[in-house]
Design a binder for this molecule. Structure first.
Ligand SMILES: Nc1ncnc2c1ncn2[C@@H]1O[C@H](COP(=O)(O)OP(=O)(O)OP(=O)(O)O)[C@@H](O)[C@H]1O
Ligand SMILES: [Mg+2]
Length: 353
């Protein structure tokens, strides 16, 4: 058993070194706990009276939580493990429940969609755990029940401590039973380090190592677009792009790059499954006509925040042309959920003036 523990510890330190940083003091307890979990998971399930305890890793944005759980996931042996991102989870459940192959009785439709998602895994890594409405509350409660029944260990990250989940007072009470379950069942680890790593003045020498961090933010009418390989689309390049259950009007598609106007992608009625579909097909997304976020509609802002979340998780390069979203954040943070998360992600884009 200690050998799995040590192998995972080595894996963490090597993964950090490859990115040009070292595990921070605030991350250490989580690394230790994840190493212990790796050793526990290496034992045959029947040797355990109960499955290894679940882990809830939370803290403010950019503290390296996703890096911790993704590195842990990567270091586990292949098979019997699943990783899900919040948006992915809801899209797949909604597809399973409402999709063409779905059964019509609501409860069993959710259950069979969950079955499909979880498969025969022993551990489920769920990145970005949050809940904002009654629908989320129901689906997450069901996920928990299924994991408990199936003896599957859950490892999750969140920007909220368990008691702070579902912040809307209108719905909070709906989530209280799940919060109690989280507090009873999960080991809660706080990784509130002093800095948002995405905002470090000097990025690590090897960079973030991900495509998302090579994204750009440029003012409208920038004269150096061509030098950056970004020729403004000719009207004839306009084309419809198949997204989730609809086509979206793109300004251009060039190989792995898709170019949209902000209006078409964020002010029209698009949704997260559309962004996921685009992220599956393209590795670069150019968005022009980005207005000051204060001038966008509330829905437009929320869609933009969701788009940034998806692009970051799926490692899509974002090129924003127009107003820098970070310089015009709505003063009332409550207007757009989790805007600090969007801002932290956008801080990774290079500013070209
Ligand atoms: N110890 C560290 N030192 C420097 N950079 C780090 C460290 N740990 C992680 N990072 C880097 O910091 C960035 C943010 O990490 P990560 O995405 O894991 O944050 P997070 O806590 O999940 O943020 P959020 O709550 O916004 O999802 C990533 O580029 C990651 O590679
Ligand atoms: Mg994260």
């Amino acid at each position: 058993m200690p050998k799995h523990d040590q192998a995972m510890r080595r894996h963490f330190h090597e993964a950090a070194a490859r990115r040009g940083f070292s595990v921070s003091p605030a991350q250490e307890p989580a690394v230790e706990r994840l190493c212990r979990l790796a050793a526990e998971l290496a034992r045959p399930a029947w040797t355990f009276p109960a499955p290894p305890r679940d882990l809830y890793v939370w803290g403010p944005v950019g503290r390296g939580k996703s890096w911790l759980v993704d590195t842990f996931y990567e270091g586990l042996p292949a098979g019997r493990k699943r990783r899900l991102h919040f948006h992915d989870f809801f899209r797949r459940l909604h597809d399973g429940v409402g999709g063409p192959g779905a059964r019509h009785d609501g409860q069993s439709a959710v259950d069979s969609a969950l079955d499909e998602l979880i498969g025969d895994s022993r551990v489920l890594v769920f990145d970005e755990f949050h809940a904002h409405d009654a629908g989320d509350a129901m689906l997450i409660a069901r996920l928990f029940r299924t994991l408990l029944d199936r003896r599957i260990t859950l490892v999750t990250t969140s920007n909220y401590p368990p008691a702070g989940l579902m912040p809307d007072p209108l719905y909070h009470h709906l989530f209280e039973p799940t919060i109690t379950l989280i507090e009873q069942r999960m080991d809660v680890l706080d990784v509130t380090g002093p800095v948002d790593f995405r905002r470090l003045a000097a990025p690590p020498p090897t960079g973030d190592g991900r495509r998302f961090a090579t994204g750009l933010c440029l003012p409208a009418g920038h004269t150096g677009l061509e030098a950056l390989g970004l020729t403004v689309p000719a009207p004839a390049e306009a084309t419809a792009v198949q997204a989730h259950l609809r086509e979206l009007p793109a300004r251009a598609v060039r190989g792995e790059l898709v170019w949209f106007g902000f209006e078409a992608l964020c002010e029209a009625t698009t949704a997260v499954p559309d962004y996921l579909a685009l992220a599956e097909r393209f590795d670069t997304l150019v968005l022009d006509g980005v207005p000051p976020l204060t001038a966008a509609s509330a829905d437009g802002r929320q869609r933009f925040a969701n788009l940034v979340d998806v692009a970051c998780d799926r490692d899509v390069r974002l090129i924003l042309i127009g107003s820098d979203p970070l310089t015009a954040l709505p003063a009332d943070q409550a207007l757009t959920r989790d805007l600090d998360r969007t801002a932290s992600r956008l801080a990774l884009l290079q500013r070209v003036s």
